[in-house]
Design a protein around this ligand. Structure first.
Ligand code: AMP
Length: 221
């Protein structure tokens, strides 16, 4: 049994952090649409040029662009994956279901991470990342050894353009309007598990593991 999962929840709840930990532990592919798009923007590829402005404003890239991008990614994957930041609309969710069905696969978990809005804002405004290696930090919860520079390569850490306060508000609004309905979508399919994301990274990781064990998707540690 392997995991075919999606991670749900507003920006800043720790989807990326948890997905990375689970993917490393169980040797799964971790696909973050946000990371793929940011990389395209940094490299100024045709895709990157197309999506840069909308990402900067906190809006969503069109379903058409995202679905065809993900189709290519998922096709090439070995068994077992965690999707982080996709799907984000009902159109993407139904596309994913149909596409997986066509290739003889199907999701076996939708893991939602739940955190209060004021804590989300605290987390997002404190996020920093290394523009060279991509490693993420948080100035309070997960600081680098030396203030403002990456532990891996000494590069100066930067803030994501869309982690600035004015854009965060828009991203939360878009989440509520377009992405939150996916909670019911997956609940109705019996795939939803909700985890309290308010604790530390390790605490949330333990809760995620418990859910995966309970569902029989991983062996008990
Ligand atoms: P994230 O790193 O997941 O917060 O994504 C950063 C930004 O990339 C989002 O605010 C969107 O502009 C864009 N994006 C990422 N994933 C998707 C998606 N599934 N659908 C539409 N836009 C997306």
């Amino acid at each position: 049994m392997t995991i075919y999962g999606v991670l749900l929840g507003p920006p800043g709840v720790g989807k990326g952090t948890q997905a990375k930990m689970i993917a490393e532990r169980f040797d799964l592919a971790h696909i973050s649409t946000g990371d793929i798009l940011r990389d395209a923007v940094n490299k100024r590829t045709p895709l990157g040029l197309k999506v840069a402005d909308i990402m900067k404003s906190g809006g969503l890239v069109s379903d058409e662009i995202i679905n065809s991008l993900m189709e290519e990614y998922i096709k090439g994957l070995p068994d077992g994956f965690l999707l982080d930041g996709y799907p984000r609309t009902l159109g993407q969710a139904t596309f994913l279901d149909n596409f997986l069905k066509d290739i003889g696969k199907g999701l076996n978990i939708a893991l939602a991470i739940d955190v209060q809005d004021d804590e989300i804002i605290r987390r997002l405004t404190g996020r920093r990342y290394c523009p060279k290696c991509g490693r993420g930090y948080h100035i309070i919860y997960d600081p680098p050894k030396e203030d403002g520079v990456c532990d891996n390569d000494g590069e100066k850490l930067v803030q994501r353009e869309d982690d600035k306060p004015e854009t965060i508000r828009e991203r939360l609004r878009v989440y509520r309007e377009r992405t939150a309905p996916l909670i019911d979508y997956y609940k109705n399919r019996g795939l939803l598990e909700v985890v309290d994301g308010s604790g530390s990274i390790e605490e949330v990781h333990r809760l995620v593991l418990q859910v995966l064990e309970r569902r029989g998707l991983v062996d008990k540690a």
